[in-house]
Design a protein around this ligand. Sequence first.
Ligand code: GCB
Length: 686
Amino acid sequence: MGEIQKQLLRAALCCLWVVAASVGAAEGGDENDSDNEFFSVFPDADVYPQPAPLLTNIYGRERRSLNGMWDIKVDEAGIGWRIGGYINDLNRGQLTGMELKETSFDDRSQLKVPGDWNSQRVDLDRYRGKMFYHKIVPVDKEEGKRYFVHFGGANYVTDLFVNDELVGRHEGGYTAFNFDVTDHIKDGQNTIIVRVDAFLDDSTIPTMRTSDFWKYGGITRDVNLLTLPEKHVSQYHVYLDDRESGEIKGWVQLSDNVQRGAVTVEIPEAGVKQKVSVGKNGRAEFSAQADLQLWSPENPKLYDVKISYDGREIKDRIGFRTIETEGQNIVLNGKPVKLYGISMHEETPLRAGMANSPEDAEVQMKLIKELGGNFVRLAHYPHNEHTVRMADKLGLMVWSEIPIVSLIDWDNEHTQQVSQAQISDNVTRDLNRASIVMWSIANETFPQSQERLEFLKGLAETARSLDASDRLIASALIGDFSKEFEEVGNHLLYSLIHDSELPEAEKDRLREMFEKTAPDDFDKDDVVTVMIKDQLGEVVDIVGYNEYFGWYYSAFFAPELGVDEGLIRDTMFKLMPKMRFNNVFGKPMIISEFGAGAKAGFHSEEGVIWSEEYQARVYRAQVDMLERSEAVKGMSPWILTDFRSHLRELNGIHETYNRKGLISETGEKKMAFDVLKNFYHEQRDL
Ligand code: GCB
């Protein structure tokens, strides 16, 4: 059908708009169903134009911020793009006042960008649907220039329209992406419409159901309009290849694989100036000797790096260091190092919602420095670029992660493609950040199947192939729970039988249980080793493990053993000094999570659950426990700041926040903050 006929049909069907839209929705509402084209202005889902290759270091390029207030339309019913939707209606002028117009964008309904919508408007507090954003952007279009709209992140599916045309679609809530809009932008006023759909299901990354954090919707990070020369530097990587000889290596990738001219790389302070010809596939590779001070948490030295091509220069600040493992050691700049840190979500004590500015990043990172930490786990997705740049600047080693959490649709080809794109975009954006010492490919995923292993192996391979500087690959693995529970259970039973004041009849009952489950050679003085065997351990360099001995474990054992939970908790604390962690792969371990919930300001002399005292007790016992395991070379307890979660609904305590933070969502420090601070300061001799 020709375009004109289509428009006529759309007009004729106008009065059926509401009916048509609701029928579409009732039928499963596949807005992209090509058989159903009256209801859609979009091509089939498989052929959505994809973003252009990611441009790195956008803050070092000629750009114009499109941050600020954007007009919005909440599209609960998902009908905004049916039969032309907002885009067509927007263009309908009202000259005589007799023309029916049902949609307009203006400053009566706006949202701030960057910013999630959930925290900006009470009526959007739990909204997970579709939203249209609209902005008029004046451009002095120059011949021979290329224009890109770059998003630091928008959650979850983003469609970009420029001057009524669909430019493309991006899927993934936490990775940066950009579209080449050169052919869509015109000289003068440009209408930019962005549709963001925050809906998640079991095939998305992350899924909605299997991860414990609020997936804030909207254009959550900076938006920029970049103006670049026709042929320009697209990406680059500059890194220290050999610490001993001081050899720096790297590559610069030109747009469109253009194989022309030369690239100059300069690090003036290190005496480096290299001019290299652009080779095959538009890539210029170089190496140089440099006299460097190495980057470390104690001395986060960054160098000015200039990359020039065709008269244009990009400036960056880059640190140089090496990271590797040797047996069960993590080795930074040739020396074994222990990683003392904390996990954090992308939220800030400065206000509700997602963090998105350098100031937000600084507040969180300075708290970690105050703790005496040298490490941060950015959970459970790539955080904004300001955060990793702040880690570079302040000196924190970073565990960077993609949102592959718990149960994933391992066999789904689309899920695999999206995951591959996420690891690739995460690595590409941050290749030059010295702070990032490991790429994490997943958090506590299951079941332990071949499909899962292949899926995750593919992600590790992608990260390794993109990152020539050999950063480590990490993941939080899964324990051998039946074995772990059995061993811990036997020790608990033994202790309850011998060291508790339970009545004799009770002890007899427990003795009977113990006799059935404990091995003949049970020895109360044996250590209990949690041995990680998850096959994913073969793929990664760092075996991460999340353990909640001070928290969930007792809630599980109390009903199993038929014993009061308070007594089990006390007994667990006695058991902790016996616990050890190791893995069958002989690799270094990081306890990527441990913790306990506490409501800031809730105190209890008895140290009941949710009190600051209980959380502090867990921290004291846990750090003591973890120091006893040779294989444990780092820790990132859960978590710096209370964060919003859709799973946490205990009235009076949660108010939709996971309370395992060392500080509350408004910045009140809990007692455990000082426990960890004292411990880290002692360990690191600060
Ligand atoms: C975990 C998860 C994390 C949760 C945490 C908890 O193991 O990795 O996403 O928030 O436990 O608080 O239960």
